[in-house]
Design a protein around this ligand. Sequence first.
Ligand SMILES: Nc1ncnc2c1ncn2[C@@H]1O[C@H](COP(=O)(O)OP(=O)(O)OP(=O)(O)O)[C@@H](O)[C@H]1O
Ligand SMILES: [Mg+2]
Length: 249
Amino acid sequence: MSSGKPQKPTGSTAGSSSSEPELQDNLSRLDRLANLGLIAASAAHEIKNGLVAINTFVEMLLEKGEDLEMAGVVRSELRRIDSLVTQMLRFAAPRPADQSSVNVHHLLDHSLRLLEHQMAGRMIALKREYRAIPCAVRGHESQLQQAFMNLLLNAVEAMAGGGELAVVTEIGVAPSGVRRLKIHIRDTGSGIAEENLARVFDTFFTTKKNGTGLGLAICRRVAHEHHGELEVHSEPGKGAVFIVSLPVD
Ligand SMILES: Nc1ncnc2c1ncn2[C@@H]1O[C@H](COP(=O)(O)OP(=O)(O)OP(=O)(O)O)[C@@H](O)[C@H]1O
Ligand SMILES: [Mg+2]
């Protein structure tokens, strides 16, 4: 579908004094590392869920007194894996102290600055319409930035032949009365085929040669962890819009 993936990082290391393109490469490598942290955390969650089911089954076998020795071995191995995964989760999960009041407009500006170079190279025009007042949400700044970067990068990648990237914010009121800050990230790129629309948030779903298919899965997870939502609308051939909505701080 879309082409023109930004160049993969090559030999340079993050933190070295670097030219603009190298800086972009290093940043996207850092993005991927941050993604890995989140993936490790979600993998740990999945493993834990699986362990609960297996553990119940083994306990049942032990109660019935069938194959006691085997079941005993399985149980002790299960305990070992469980404590390993618990440690992984403790390590990977952001601590509550990391939560702060995050100015979404500042964060968007910051992310857009990191993409300036790529956008200029692809003849992509930027339209910013920040209408949300207030513009703060409570959460993990680095995770939110990661989510915005993933969405913005996808938009840029979808516009190989140039186009317009619009970043619009507004305050919406949910039926429950809760005020939500909505961030629209809209592009005029390739759009998403109808049959793919329901799959774009799936882990590892990608139509790109070098894609991991993790970007949107992570974005949605970050939105949910902030008690928010992430939705998509697209008209194939005309572009796509991703809308993040988060409770106002
Ligand atoms: N703005 C967009 N326009 C068109 N298609 C999109 C857009 N955003 C996402 N997609 C589609 O959704 C798929 C999944 O996106 P996702 O960000 O999860 O992974 P990726 O971009 O393919 O890989 P990665 O993010 O790891 O580089 C993409 O491969 C693409 O087909
Ligand atoms: Mg992506």
